[in-house]
Every structure is written in C-alpha cells, then in structure tokens.
Write a protein that binds this ligand. Structure first.
Ligand code: SF4
Length: 402
C-alpha cells in the first residue's frame, strides 16, 4: 500500500530548445525546436486537478531548454486556461528559470500580470559568467543577461539569480557579493558545476571541494548578513526551517516521492523524481518515462510509477540513507546525482549531497554553537541566523534546477 501522491511541483518543458550553449549544459535535445501543444497543457492540468492529488499550493516551473524562446502569447493562453480549470482550493504559482537574454518589457508585463516567480541564471560578473555561459557562436552572454536583469529591475519584477560556481568563483565570495549588490541582486542561489548526463564536471570530484565550498559559503553568508542588503540566500534560508522545524514534523523530499514532482516534456512524456532525468536515455529504466499525459490518465501513470524499477531503486536509496546523520534534514538526496555520481540510484553519499545538505547544515550548526545552544537560543535560532532583511523565500521557491 503506497501513500496517495501529493503533487507540489510541476516542471513543464515547453520546448527542449535553448538559444545559447553553456559549456556545462547536459541537455541532449537542446537544438530541437518542438513546442508543447496547448492541448497537452490543458490535458495535464485537467488531470492534475481531477486527481485530487494537488497540494493546496502548486509551483509550475517552466524550464529547460530556454522557456522564453516560446512567445509571451503562448503563456498568456496557457496561464488563462489553467486558471479557468483551477479548483478554488488550489493555488497555482507560475515560475520561470531563464538565461535572461530574451527578457524585455513584454515579458516583464507577463511576469507582473501573473505574479510569476523569475529565476535568472547568472554566474557572476562578466569574467566569471562568460567562462561557461556562451552563445551558440561561442561568445559570452553576460551583456544580454545583465540587460535582462536590469529590465526586470526597471519594471519592478522581483527575481532571484542562480549562479553556477566554478573553480575560479569558489575563491571569490566577496567579489561575487559586491557584484550582486552593485546590480541590486538580493536573492541568490548557488549551484556547483555538477556531473549530469554527458557532462562530467572536473570540479565535482576534486578532493578539496567540500572544504573550499564550506569556506566560500561561510564567507558569503556572513558578509551578506553584515551587508544587510541580501534578502535570501537559498543554501542557508531553505536549510534553516528544515533544521529548526517543530518536533515530530518529518522532512519532505519531493525528489523521492512518486509524482510529488511531476515532470512533463514538450511531447507530453511524463517523469517524476529529479526533473533532470527527463530527456535522458537509460534502457534499464525505460528512459525514466512513466507514460504520456496525452494518452494516459494520471492514475495509470501513478500505477506505472509504483511498479517501476525506477521507483524501487529510488526507494532503496532512501532506505540506505536512513543511517546518515544528515537524513533528518535531507530525506535521502537527489536521485539524479546518485545515478550520475555513483552509477546507481540505490547508493548514498554524493558530492552533491555533501555540498547541498552537509555543508549548509554544518555551517548553521557552527553558527548556532556561537549562539550558545541554550533553549532560548533554540527558540530564536532560525530568526537569529536568517538574513537580516529576509522576507522568507522568494515565492517561486527556487529549486535546485539551474
Ligand atoms: S546527505 Fe547524502 S547520504 Fe545523507 S541522507 Fe542525504 S543523500 Fe543520503
């Protein structure tokens, strides 16, 4: 007997196409210009709402390749359709993860009209950004991305940035902070260049990475707090409530729950768990696909998921993780990283979980120790360790999708 699914996040790939060509991109299909049909979007949300499995808050992330290569008018139609079908008990928040190069006033109008969460992939100042984020002709994309960010600011559209850290940027926490502050960027997320799909990160397997990343994040976090001008640092601000949650409340890891994250490509193919699995090939796991929303019901897709080797092995990996001292904040990690780093979904420790779970937890405990760990300190620890002008997480709740 398995629990009823609770769909909290829907990741839709409106197209696999991307207008640029980052050196670390793992997406195999990024030159394919096929666009999802409006009828597929309609069918998807009909199924979600009819299933009764939708959480009261659903985040819809339009992502991968570059969602802004699809016209504004497409999203206006799709959002209106979803809104017409939405039960009053379910709140839907749309969110885009974009390279920012196509943002203009029309996009800003859409973002404001629909209160869209916006995440821009920006790796720092020009020299860092242009190292990897290149156009299809090999030129740096910094000028276009920063123009998009300035357009968001000029139009009062809130946004966060996701920066992929490289060998070079790990040594520059203060320079990065100074750059963000100079551009009015106050909501920040970091990813470390990972090995995914065909892309092998030289950084990820280095022996010094944990120490270097901890030093980077410690310095960045404390300087950000001192500046009083950073509202949100995902690595810390999402870890805090997981660590200081009320007693007895289990941590959720939606990357390991069947259909909690529903991932749909431009042809209607459905996957679940880590969204990065969608589009990758694997004979043992049927390319990670669980069905197609155009031809199957969500119930059928769920039944397939529960019976699949994919779920069996992800669940085994979560069980293996239970003995980890970080399990109570992590919940068993990210399947895609276990697969690509360890070659198996059933394993445990990865460089990814070391950086995203262990390092932030250790840094928060280190800071908490300085508060004295008294009962009074525990009661106020989350507030004391949050950024001073934090307004909580951005409404788009940036995931680890870059
Ligand atoms: S931190 Fe790593 S080893 Fe520990 S529970 Fe999470 S994924 Fe498993």
């Amino acid at each position: 007997m398995t629990a009823t699914p609770e769909i909290g996040m829907v990741v839709v790939q409106p197209t696999a196409f991307c207008n640029i060509a980052c050196t670390y991109c793992y997406l195999p299909d990024r030159s394919n210009k096929h666009v999802i049909a409006q009828s597929t979007v309609t069918r998807l949300f009909e199924q979600i709402f009819a299933s009764g499995w939708a959480c009261s808050e659903i985040t819809v992330i339009w992502h991968a390749g570059e969602p802004l290569v699809v016209p504004v008018s497409f999203y206006r139609e799709a959002f209106a359709t979803i809104e017409r079908m939405r039960p009053t008990t379910v709140h839907v928040r749309h969110s885009f993860q974009t390279n920012g190069t196509l943002i203009d006033a029309d996009w800003c109008a859409l973002f404001k009209d629909w209160n869209v969460g916006v995440g821009v992939s920006l790796d720092g100042p020009r020299a860092l950004h242009d190292l990897h984020r290149k156009s299809r002709s090999g030129k740096g994309t910094f000028d276009k991305t920063i123009a998009g960010i300035r357009c968001l600011r000029d139009n009062d559209v809130p946004f966060h940035v996701i920066s992929v850290l490289s060998h070079t940027s790990l040594d520059q926490p203060e320079e990065l902070l100074e750059f963000y502050l100079s551009e009015g960027i106050d909501q920040i997320c970091f990813n470390v260049e990972e090995s995914e799909g065909d892309h092998v990160s030289s950084l990820f397997h280095g022996p010094e990475l944990r120490r270097r990343y901890a030093a980077f994040l410690r310095t960045f976090w404390h300087r950000a707090r001192q500046s009083g001008r950073v509202r949100f640092l995902r690595e810390i601000d999402l870890a805090l409530p997981r660590m200081f949650r009320p007693e007895g409340v289990p941590v959720r890891n939606i990357q390991t729950e069947p259909l909690a994250m529903l991932n749909v490509d431009s042809h209607g193919n459905v996957s679940s768990f880590s969204p990065e699995l969608l589009g990758l090939k694997n004979a043992d796991y049927g390319d990670y696909l669980l069905g197609n929303i155009n031809f199957q019901s969500l119930q059928e897709i769920h039944d397939t998921c529960i019976a699949s080797p994919l779920y069996r092995d992800i669940a085994a990996g979560v069980e293996a993780c239970r003995s980890c001292e970080y399990f109570s904040v992590c919940g068993g990690g990210a399947p895609v990283n276990k697969l690509f780093e360890n070659g198996s979904l059933t394993g445990t420790v990865t460089s990814y979980c070391t950086l995203t779970q262990m390092v932030p937890t250790d840094l928060i405990l280190e800071a908490y120790d300085r508060l004295g760990r008294s009962p009074a300190a525990l009661a106020s620890a989350e507030a004391a360790l949050s950024l001073p002008v934090t307004g909580g997480s951005p409404a788009s709740e940036p995931s680890r999708i870059s």
